[in-house]
Design a protein around this ligand. Structure first.
Ligand code: BGC
Length: 398
């Protein structure tokens, strides 16, 4: 019912937009609002798609992957003739609210948002809804709002599950007998709805081994709140691991076997802490991550990080494009979008898993891949996402 109303409103908005040439006026207006120093805004004026503009709000350029997301999304929408306004908000919640307000004031026709804090956008998105702008929650679910139409992401629980299963397999935990191993957890930003999914995915695999005493958490820190890393910040993950090492692994014999890190920015800090503050060799510690950030891939090549879960954000952008076009055309996409779009990557349509406290948000979920030193070239270089530099280290192509 709600969706039908949305399609009707969208169709009405599009007719109104075409009739008034509102899209053009909007693009011209953007110069009036100078973006803040920390905000990157990119605009295109002439389009082949009815002068429609897509507003893309990304969290920050300081976490590597969002640079790739922003540029892939911009490239995709522009390739179909849409104008794009792209903002980065320096991981500052207030800045992102302002940036989205700016996009709404510019009369964008669609919003694609990766939230910094999933719980802080209710008010600004109420404004988007009033302006009949459909919202795609990109990668991170936006909570506590009825303004989000769809969610595009990877299967976040599976990301964590892959990390947990990797550890299980590497240590052959199922056949460990009396052997015990020490593990420490580092999770993500509590303001990011994904962070809990990643942590739970990993923890659910490993819990039985912790309960059985095969895996030992010397720090005792196993609750998400205890192991979380505000803003996914490398330096915060580093400091916390230094403290854990000092308190639990400083006797020159207590071995750290696993550092289960939810993503690469935290893995980077944890790896640095282990390199500088731990008596053993970092190469003997299983360190997990996620994203395939360039510095982490170099660590993979050097044997300092053991795995990363790669999420092809180029494909996430393609899924967002086709969903976005359907919404801009006033459609109410469902599972059929996947076959109709002819994507060459796997994607599941899920109407159950992602509840934003107002409704279950229909979700398109892509499939993540485990990358290690052994399959790095096949998964990342042969697929064209990275090239290898003269020293054999991967460099992103986008
Ligand atoms: C993304 C991860 C990323 C993290 C920090 C999460 O929402 O899904 O890929 O590592 O944010 O940027």
């Amino acid at each position: 019912m709600k969706k039908k109303l949305l399609s009707f409103l969208l169709a009405t908005t599009m007719v109104a937009t075409l009739a008034t040439g509102c899209g053009e006026a909007a693009t011209a207006d953007t110069g009036a609002d100078e973006p803040a120093a920390t905000t990157e805004t990119t605009e295109e004026t002439t389009t082949a798609s009815g002068d429609q503009t897509v507003g893309i709000a990304m969290p920050t350029q300081s976490l590597e992957r969002w640079n790739r997301d922003g540029s892939y999304l911009k490239e995709q929408f522009e390739s179909k003739g849409y104008a794009v306004e792209l903002t980065y908000s320096d991981n500052k919640i207030d800045q992102q609210v302002k940036d989205i307000e700016g996009l709404i004031a510019d009369d964008v026709d669609l919003l694609v948002i990766a939230a910094i804090d999933g719980e802080s956008l209710s008010q600004v998105l109420a404004d988007a809804k009033d302006a009949n702008i459909p919202v795609i929650s990109y990668d991170r679910l936006i909570m506590n709002t009825d303004a989000v139409s769809y969610y595009v992401s990877f299967d976040n629980y599976t990301v964590g599950k892959l990390q947990g299963e990797f550890v299980e397999k590497q240590l052959d935990l199922a056949n460990a007998g009396d052997k015990t191993y020490n593990i420490e957890f580092t999770a993500g930003d509590p303001a990011d709805n994904n962070a809990g999914f990643f942590f739970n995915g990993a923890y659910d695999v490993l819990k039985k081994y912790i309960d059985a005493g095969t895996l030992v958490v010397q720090s005792g820190q196993t609750d998400f709140d205890k192991v979380a890393t505000p803003q996914w910040a490398t330096d915060k993950a580093l400091n916390r691991m230094q403290n854990i090492l000092a308190s639990n692994y400083s006797d020159g014999k207590t071995k750290l076997d696993v550092a289960l890190c939810s993503n690469d920015s935290t893995a980077l800090g944890v790896t640095q802490a282990i390199e500088s503050d731990y008596w053993g060799d970092v190469k003997d510690v299983i360190i997990t991550g996620q994203d395939g950030d360039v510095a982490n891939l170099a660590n993979l090549v050097d044997g300092k990080q053991t795995m990363t879960v790669y999420k092809a954000v180029a494909n996430e952008a393609v899924a967002t494009l086709d969903l976005g076009i359907a919404l801009l055309n006033g459609e109410t996409p469902d599972e059929g979008l996947i076959s109709a779009s002819g994507w060459n990557f796997d994607c599941a349509y899920d109407t159950e898993s992602y509840d934003n406290n107002v409704a279950k948000i229909p979700s398109y979920l892509l499939v993540p891949t485990v990358v290690t030193k052994d399959n790095l070239e096949k998964e990342l270089v042969d697929t064209g996402y990275y090239t290898l530099d003269a020293n054999g280290y991967p460099q992103a192509t986008n």
